[in-house]
Design a protein around this ligand. Sequence first.
Ligand SMILES: O=C(O)CC1=NCN=C1
Ligand SMILES: [Zn+2]
Length: 418
Amino acid sequence: MMDTLIVNIGQLLTMEGDGPVKGEQMKMLPLIEQAAVGIKNGRVAWIGSNEEAKTISASHLIDAEGKLVTPGLVDPHTHLVFAGSREHELSLKQQGVPYLDILKRGGGILSTVRATRAASEEELYEKAHVHLDRMLSYGVTTVEAKSGYGLDVETERKQLRVAKRLHQTHHVDVVSTFLGAHAIPTEHQNNPDGFLRQMVDLLDVIKQEQLADFVDIFCETGVFTVEQSRTFLQKAKEKGFAVKIHADEIDPLGGTELAVEVGAVSADHLVGASKAGIQQLAHANTIAVLLPGTSFYLGKGKYAKARQMIDEGAAVALATDFNPGSSPTENLQFIMTLAALYLRMTPEEIWHAVTVNAAYAINRGQDAGRIMIGRRADIAIWDAPNYMYVPYHYGINHVRMVLKDGKVVSERRKGDVS
Ligand SMILES: O=C(O)CC1=NCN=C1
Ligand SMILES: [Zn+2]
């Protein structure tokens, strides 16, 4: 007797397999037509044909109406916890003021830092909870959330406490990353190394208070150099953290090569990744997390070379990079469209990039991103006829229902076409 049986599934994307999916394998999409899924005690207990499902009893039946069912999506790169907003920077961008110039003027990240330092922990929690509700409504069941808008001991801890509390209270699983090395705060502009030492000292507290799994750094012109990033990430690894890196987002400094050198779980952005960096990445275990929403929003027409990465054999994931400055959207489905149009990724590769590879990019490959017997029943039920339709029809929300650990936690009301 199942607790829940999802029947009449037109296309079930199981994403079954083991480990991250690399290169050519990203084109092989594991799916079952006319399928059904049985759930018991929050886990996937049975997978079969719609015909076989007629012999199975269940307390609760869900009719997928002949449409698409997939694993819950995973968003492996967000700056979820912050205060304030930066819509006033839009006019600067329209005037052609570069992102790094806005930062140099004390805007950008530093503008969000001022607002986040001033906000209470409760205000940050309430605001991030709304963003997480929206991500859930888009079919996302696991999210990575970075700090990095404090750039001082107290506010970085405040942000990470909020992310940890969200993980404990919200349906969506939240994986935390310490990004204290996100920018050089105003008070340390003349002493970036002194600031980094302060952030290194904070690592022991973060480990002791179990506030983050990952440590990340913004390796970029005018922020932190490759050398500073190497030292910082090596110290983080010595203290038992897994590491990630904002690499080659705007200027090609060689952050991609550094990610491979230090054994980063993921290298993120990679717009300026060199051919050598891409080749090294493809032969390493580092996941390439691409953020086409940020490229779209920066408006420079420059996108990561996803085709080259996949053709070289890399494992590619996608994320929103949700943040108030360079990618203010929670909509991972729109990111799928951008990946199709500007990263030239196939629908099959895109689905690997928002499920299984995204899960491995945050060390959750064993928990999320696949529908397999024994796995947590984190499942999205779509109002889309097939998997190609989601990146094709952009700008709307195709998700009808989301299950987390086998329970319906988000459902669009009948007739609600928003
Ligand atoms: O601008 C922001 O707030 C987030 C960001 N960090 C590095 N790139 C974008
Ligand atoms: Zn980011």
